[in-house]
Design a protein. Structure first.
Length: 280
């Protein structure tokens, strides 16, 4: 029995390693092509040798993208939009999760089910009335249409925070009530500190979602100085041609912040999904 369990474990790890290698190959190809010239991208057979490093000009593509294609401005814009939208989701989803997970009020289950039902409604269904609303508010060519919808609508985050708060022991809440704490004081001083793993996971999910958002920026942003990184990547592809080396370089720049955000919160995310937090 012990040997069979060991074989299963080895087979599982081997399968995961193979899957990891397969998943990493596209990123490796993108990274290598960011250090190659235009003609090397479609060389047959494919080459994983970064020719620009061999030629002594390794970062020429990055300099071109960063300085000549205004990617520094796009990077700042995307960072601002994704950060503000993610922080907004932390606030609204944690408040909603605390209400649904710890409080009793009429219609709680019905409202919660209605909110979860919005997960099955595609964005494309609501984007036209949303656009008309944003135009009526005079928010076109501003960041408000990119931040406010994500700020106010966080179905997955509400579900995550509801289950997190619901799993916390009642003794924490009862002790705070004995000390004279009100509802908001309990939420801020007791519940939130014990929900850090879930908050970190929610921030990463919201940040990645808003960082990669393309539909809303295309609809609402026409000012070149307000463009986000996904819009910037579109400038490398036209109707008749595409600058693949610059597109790969821009994609690497766009991907690195997501990796850094995940790595910075990795410990809390693993703790949250492995269920090692406080359980009731």
């Amino acid at each position: 029995m012990r040997d069979s369990g060991r074989i299963v474990r080895v087979a599982l790890y081997a399968a995961l390693i193979v899957y990891g290698i397969i998943a990493f190959i596209p990123f490796l190809w993108m990274l290598v092509n960011s250090f190659q010239s235009e003609g090397d991208t479609f060389r047959l057979p494919p080459s994983f040798v970064p020719t620009l490093i061999v030629d002594g000009t390794p970062f020429s593509n990055y300099v071109t993208v960063w300085n000549e294609r205004n990617f520094l401005r796009y990077f700042i814009n995307s960072t601002f939009v994704a950060t503000m939208a993610s922080i907004g989701q932390l606030f609204t989803c944690s408040l909603a999760g605390y209400a649904f997970g710890r409080l009793e009020f009429p219609g709680r289950r019905l409202i919660f089910v209605a909110i979860l039902g919005t997960m099955f409604v595609p964005v494309e269904v609501t984007i036209i009335p949303e656009f008309l609303l944003m135009r009526g508010l005079g928010w076109l060519d501003t960041y408000l249409p990119l931040i406010v919808p994500s700020f106010l609508v966080g179905t997955l985050g509400t579900l995550l925070m509801t289950e997190t708060f619901r799993s916390m022991p009642k003794e924490l809440e009862e002790a705070a009530i004995v000390d004279g704490a009100g509802l908001f004081r309990i939420y801020y001083s007791v519940m939130l500190p014990n929900a850090k793993p879930a908050l970190a996971a929610l921030f990463v999910i919201a940040f990645i979602t808003n960082w990669d958002e393309l539909l809303r920026p295309v609809l609402y942003i026409t000012d070149p100085d307000l463009r986000t990184l996904p819009q910037g990547l579109m400038t490398f592809v036209s109707q008749y041609e595409a600058s693949w080396k610059l597109l790969m370089t821009g994609a690497v720049i766009s991907t690195l912040p997501l990796i850094l955000v995940y790595l910075s919160a990795q410990r809390h995310i693993v703790q949250n999904f492995m269920g090692s937090g406080i359980k009731g």
